[in-house]
Design a protein around this ligand. Structure first.
Ligand code: IDP
Ligand code: MG
Length: 156
């Protein structure tokens, strides 16, 4: 099982898409194991997006991400990282396929609604940045055996 960091960016929160976007993850069978509304500080935005520091869009990105509260989620499931990235769609709203979150809810290339970790290493690091001890929970789901085929003992 993988756990990934999802951020519903300020545009998603302001536009009232929290419920609809969370529903997509729940509908897919992924499990929400951490969730909170928070205001990202400039320091946290800088650390989170350090890889983009030299890019021309970086100052605008930090300004955007700190402009209004975000909803951060820890999302768990088999292949949760790749599945979430597919559900998000391509980076630019103008290019993202219909059926994806970015493709269905936006047209902007910078206000693109959602962040998702892009690798297991990034997920571990980013979950540590946004969640404190005890904020990502271990919890059994009663429906687990219907979300996954558990007949061989492991999720399939
Ligand atoms: P990702 O969010 O799909 O992983 P990245 O390339 O990691 O995309 O970029 C991080 C974020 O920076 C994007 O989600 C978007 O908000 C912003 N961004 C990326 N490229 C551009 C650009 O060319 N113009 C404006 N904003 C951009
Ligand atoms: Mg990225």
């Amino acid at each position: 099982m993988e756990t990934t960091l999802i951020i519903l960016k300020p545009d998603a929160v302001q536009r009232g898409f929290i419920g609809r976007i969370i529903s997509r993850f729940e509908d897919k069978g992924l499990q929400i194991v951490g969730c909170k509304l928070m205001q990202i500080s400039s320091e946290l935005a800088a650390t989170h997006y350090a890889a983009h520091k030299e890019r021309p869009f970086y100052p605008g990105l930090v300004k955007f991400m700190t402009s209004s509260p975000v909803l951060v989620m820890a999302v768990r499931g088999m292949d949760a990282i790749a599945i979430s990235r597919k559900m998000m769609g391509a980076t630019f709203g103008s290019k993202a396929d219909p059926g994806t979150i970015r493709g269905d809810f936006g047209v902007s290339n910078s206000f693109n609604l959602i962040h998702g970790s892009d690798s297991p290493e990034a997920a571990e690091k980013e979950l540590g940045l946004f969640f404190g001890a005890g904020e990502v929970l271990e919890m059994d789901r009663a429906i687990e055996g219907w979300v996954y085929d558990m007949s061989a003992g492991t999720p399939e």
